[in-house]
Design a protein around this ligand. Structure first.
Ligand code: SF4
Length: 334
């Protein structure tokens, strides 16, 4: 157990209380990929208090709370979904699901925070809006205090600052008043999302607590925008499209309706698919000479992060609408 509490915290009392309240006997545990290796220590701890409860871990990939694997959940009295906020676009699930914090114990040290301030000062940044991933939400207050002590104004203090790869909280509210966005996260996924959302118009600063690094990602965002515009340009004259929809929270009926209406208005021939998994292999299986462009309505990060190298354009819903409605300004995600 030491190993888990050294890196992550969660409210064990809340878990016990919920399981007892529901008299749950079979409980499914869902953890984000990358944290699944903590499942044995997590179960050992829960078992020590809840001896009469059976715990099973969902070993399938879990990239977000958008897909809660309801086909599996329905076989359990309760699902404990750790490490994500509830998905803002999901309609109610029929299964009993409890979303729980699973928070990193990492806090930024003064040396890292001073590097952040230095980067901001040399980039002439006087204001910022701070966002983070679920695991690091405890670190936000600390970063805000430090920045403000160095005369950098934080525009969204006091707000919940959590974002997802396709949902960015109130980030757009600050677009006209901020010089920059600061994202506390490792990897490109979340900072790039904010960069695309804000169309490369602001400084994007990443505070990476795992690597103990700060970096400015303006060039990276620009590079991705150039690639995305080339996909859009290559789709302009396409007359045969395919839409690929996802399941559960990744089935977006409003997005589908808008695309279908726009395709029909343009007299474009189109086909529709639905899949629980969408990757290179899925596309290879369904690809045919009859299709020039694919649009993924499921997860808008798949065309950008996973299928950028596919030989035909694979667009997000926002990009598809740019083509169909002849919009020049980049739209992300829909
Ligand atoms: S970015 Fe994709 S995986 Fe993440 S929450 Fe959105 S739809 Fe789900």
């Amino acid at each position: 157990m030491k190993e888990l509490s050294k890196y992550y915290t969660y409210d064990v009392n809340k878990v016990v209380e919920e399981i007892r309240k529901n008299n749950s006997k079979r409980v499914l545990i869902q953890l984000p990929d990358g944290l699944k290796h903590f499942s044995t220590t997590l179960i050992d701890e829960l078992r020590s208090t809840l001896r009469d409860v059976e715990f099973v871990v969902d070993a399938a990939p879990i990239y977000g709370s958008c897909i809660l694997n309801n086909n599996i959940n329905k076989h359990y009295d309760l699902t404990l979904h750790f490490g994500h906020e509830p998905y803002p676009y999901t309609t109610k699930t029929s299964s009993k699901v409890l979303t729980l914090d699973f928070l990193s114990t990492l806090t930024p040290n003064n040396e890292l925070l001073n590097k952040l301030v230095e980067l901001m000062k040399t980039s002439n940044i006087q204001t910022t809006a701070i966002y983070t991933i679920h695991q690091h939400k405890k670190a936000v207050e600390h970063v805000i205090k430090h920045l403000e002590s160095k005369d950098i104004k934080v525009l969204n203090k006091g707000n919940n600052a959590t974002i997802m790869g396709c949902w960015f909280n109130d980030a757009l509210k600050h677009l006209s008043s901020t010089d920059s966005y600061t994202i506390i996260a490792s990897g490109l996924f979340h900072p790039l999302g904010i960069g695309l959302l804000t169309k490369g118009t602001k400084h994007i600063i990443q505070l990476d607590l795992h690597r103990n690094e700060v970096r400015k990602l303006n060039d990276t965002v620009e590079k991705y925008l150039r690639i995305r515009y080339s996909k859009i340009m290559n789709s302009m004259d396409a007359r045969n499209w395919s839409l690929i929809h996802g399941v559960e929270g990744q089935y977006r009926s409003a997005v589908r309706e808008e695309l279908v209406t726009a395709l029909k208005a343009k007299g474009i021939n189109f086909y529709e698919y639905q899949s629980t998994t969408i990757n290179q292999e899925t596309l290879r299986n369904i690809d045919s000479r009859d299709v020039d462009v694919y649009v993924i309505t499921a997860c808008p990060r798949i065309p950008i992060d996973d299928l950028q190298d596919f030989e035909k354009p694979v667009l997000t819903p926002g990009e598809a609408l740019m083509v169909l409605k002849e919009v020049k300004e980049y739209i992300f995600p829909w």
